[in-house]
Design a protein. Structure first.
Length: 390
């Protein structure tokens, strides 16, 4: 009989709830003098439970006010939980919404010195780490200026560089990867992938669903203080992106595909043709959107080919043939995912499209496209292609 391997848990959050008093001028005095039993409260977190295995990151998605940042602060110990239990196994580093620890009059160097001191690093350790922070942040002479004079991008560079300067075992990151230019974001990803490769664990709170897919093996969606979904990040991203309007449209019976196109194997440079049958069930303007994407490990999904506009399928109920044609497929050999979706205009915002039905990696049923041949140096773009319906 084989031994069962029990994963080591880096972060355990079990049954956590957190409320805040809704304080006004009158209730503030009652609270100050211990008479606050009748002060109304707001329950920000309601019975939240999840574990983070050692060596993994877990993603938290949710709208503004859902409770994401509050949860991260409870996990990190900035807030105490009203009920439940949090356990951290390892040295912790946290960035809360790019928040500043200490006096904003501090220079970048003084901020780094103070945070490293708080984290328990000895003076002999802090010197090389501050040099690394200065170099990684690319702040140059501004490293000696007060943080309050920094732009949001400069603060992002300082806070991330400082929080990741040491080899911590657990990281709590709140929206840090959504701030700063593309160059610095790429540096952040490389550093985080390096930390994960060394066994680091953590929680990433963000609005950026693509960041969750790049870094996390599990994701949770929080809505009004409760976890509404836990599972693979691709599924979490789909639910987060589509929202309630799209979910209703997908089950409302406006239009559907009759069958899924088969997976495809094709030589690079040959004509690609994909056909599918669609049925419009109710009078509505239905269009088609076609995308080919590829997963780059550590970087996420990159778009190889996509439509520049929605191609019309039809308006009246009936069966329609949707045909995709890509002359001389301009893709390097490799494995891609083709996505094909039926959409209709949003009634409230005509420039926005609502998903009706389709196949794609976010749906868990994308069309696999294997391109064969010898690599010739990269993707050859732009490509000419068309969608037609009859």
């Amino acid at each position: 009989m084989r031994d069962v391997v029990v994963p080591v848990i880096a972060i355990s959050c079990q049954g956590v709830s957190k409320s805040f008093a809704l304080v006004d001028k009158g209730s503030a005095w009652r609270l100050a003098f211990g008479m606050g039993t009748d002060v109304p409260t707001f329950e920000a977190l309601k019975d939240i439970s999840f574990d983070v295995p050692k060596g993994q990151f877990v993603g938290i998605l949710g709208k503004n006010g859902a409770g994401k940042s509050t949860l991260l602060r409870v996990v990190g110990g900035a807030y105490s939980a009203d009920r439940g239990r949090v356990a951290i196994n390892g040295a912790l580093s946290a960035i809360y919404e790019l928040g500043l620890v200490g006096n904003p009059q501090l220079t970048g160097r003084q901020y780094a010195e103070r945070l490293l001191t708080v984290h328990g690093f000895k003076k002999s350790q802090r010197g090389p780490m501050i040099a690394d922070i200065h170099d990684f942040s690319e702040l140059g002479d501004r490293f000696e200026d007060p943080v309050l004079t920094y732009s949001a991008g400069m603060m992002a560079r300082l806070f991330f560089s400082t929080a990741t300067a040491g080899n911590y075992e657990v990281y709590l990151l709140d929206e840090i990867l959504s701030v700063g230019d593309q160059h610095f974001q790429s540096k952040c990803w490389r550093r985080l992938r390096d930390r994960v490769s060394r066994g680091a664990s953590g929680v990433l709170v963000t609005h950026d669903w693509s960041a969750i897919i790049k870094l996390c093996e599990t994701a949770h969606i929080i809505d009004k203080g409760r976890v509404t979904y836990s599972g693979p990040p691709e599924r979490a991203a789909r639910l987060y992106l589509f929202g309630e309007v799209a979910r209703q449209a997908m089950t409302s019976g406006y239009a559907r595909f009759i069958e899924k196109p088969a997976d495809i194997q094709i030589e690079a440079g040959r004509d690609l043709v994909i056909g599918a049958r669609a049925e419009i069930l109710k009078p509505v303007e239905v269009g088609a959107v076609f995308v080919i994407e590829r997963l780059q490990p550590g970087y996420g999904w990159e778009i190889a080919l996509m439509s520049r506009s929605v191609s019309p399928v039809g308006r009246e109920p009936g069966i329609y043939h949707v045909n995709i044609a890509v002359p001389r497929l301009p893709l390097d050999p490799g494995t891609y995912q083709a996505s094909l979706h039926l959409v209709m205009p949003d009634g409230e915002l005509p420039t926005r499209r609502v998903l009706l039905d389709g196949f794609g990696w976010l749906d868990g049923n994308g069309i696999t496209l294997n391109v064969l041949g010898d690599p010739d140096g990269g993707l050859m773009l732009p490509a000419r292609w068309s969608v037609s319906a009859a």
